[in-house]
Every structure is written in C-alpha cells, then in structure tokens.
Ligand binder design. Structure first.
Ligand code: IMP
Length: 194
C-alpha cells in the first residue's frame, strides 16, 4: 500500500521509514511533486495533524500520514505546545526558541516537561487512524549536546538519563514521542486489517 508522508522534514521521514518502511511504500511530498504548505492554525496537536493530513490527501488522492508535535512545559502552563515551532516568532528559528525557553525558565523550580506527538493516517472523510505518544523529561539550564534538532539540547530525558542533544538518533527514536505515536498508529492499522 502506498502512503504519502505529509512532511518535508528529512529527520521525520527517516523515523517513519524505520517503523513503517517494510509494511508500506512510503512516498515523500517531493516524490509526488507536491509543494503545498498547510497553515497549522489548530489549537491542539490533533487539529493540526488533521489539517495537514486532509489538505495533502485532497491535493494528492493518496492515503496520507501526518504528524504534529511539540514541547509542553509545566511551569509555563503547558506552553509552547502547538506554538513550539514559532515560540520566539516567525519565521521558525531553533536558536531563538531555545534562548526564549531558557529566559522564561531562568527562575523556575518545577522543570518538568514532555514532548507530545499526534499522528494521523487519513484514508478519507470519516476514515482515519490516530496515534498519540509522549516522552517526559526536564528543561536544562543550558544547551547540552550537539545532536538532534529543535529543543533537543535543552531536554533532559527521564528515560535516557541524558539530554536528547547527547543521545544518538537510535536511542532517541526508541523512546521518542513520535516513535511512540507511530507505533500506536501502526498497531491500530494492523487491527483494522484483521
Ligand atoms: P512540528 O510542527 O511537528 O514539525 O514540530 C513543532 C516543533 O516542535 C518543532 O519545530 C520543534 O521546535 C519542536 N519539536 C517537535 N519534536 C521535537 C523533537 O523531537 N525534538 C526537539 N524539538 C521538537
């Protein structure tokens, strides 16, 4: 079965390939010559994942897998959440986002945080599967590690006992919010095939 992955992020594509690669023929937006940008104007990860999956499905006619993810910090009332990519404004800038997070967390005692991911596999109106995943950690008081992307150098993983910036991609993928959301979606897909 062919599935179109609604992302231009190569890191996400690789992660999805590791989990789905043997079961589906995965197509990227580039493979099908699509260059659409769907505005992520939803108030929840699920709303945004639906917007992307639906938008790309309507343009392509191919079952579409989309994801939306972000960081939720307890001391900031759950922010930046769906605003994670644009925490410090537009256009998205990881360095500015991390600098703003450090500033807002400068005096915070509660440093608990989690990454959250929602993935949707859209086959058509009223025909879709949802997968959700989380991974917990703490916000560090300085950038730690060179790897990963986004907020990874500021996120100390409770499960890996190091920052996501210090972890290898294999280590991170095993326990990541996106990895978990994708696995949960895949299990539901297998149930549906029975
Ligand atoms: P997206 O909308 O799912 O592409 O992601 C929103 C934003 O959340 C990204 O731009 C990152 O700032 C942040 N984010 C999501 N997942 C991760 C992750 O695994 N590591 C670090 N930052 C992440």
């Amino acid at each position: 079965m062919k599935i179109l992955v609604a992302t231009n992020n190569q890191g996400k594509l690789r992660e999805i390939e590791q989990i789905f690669g043997e079961s589906f023929e995965l197509l990227s937006m580039r493979d099908v010559g699509l260059e659409i940008e769907v505005d992520e104007i939803g108030e929840t990860f699920l709303e945004n994942a639906f917007l992307k999956a639906k938008g790309v499905f309507e343009a392509s006619g191919i079952p579409t897998l989309s994801d939306d993810s972000g960081l939720c910090v307890e001391a900031l009332g759950g922010a930046p959440a769906v605003q994670s990519a644009y925490f410090a404004g537009y256009p998205t800038n990881n360095e500015k986002n991390n600098a703003l997070l450090l500033e807002k967390m400068a005096n915070a005692i509660n440093r608990n945080a989690k990454f959250v991911s929602t993935v949707v596999l859209w086959f058509g109106e009223n025909d879709y599967i949802i997968g959700e995943g989380e991974t917990t950690g703490k916000i560090l008081d300085k950038l730690t590690g060179e790897g990963g992307f986004g907020y990874d150098p500021l996120f100390y993983s409770n499960e890996l006992n190091c920052s996501f910036g210090e972890a290898t991609s294999e280590e991170k993928n095993k326990i990541s919010h996106r990895g978990r959301a994708l696995k949960s979606l895949f299990e539901k897909f297998q149930e549906r095939q029975k």
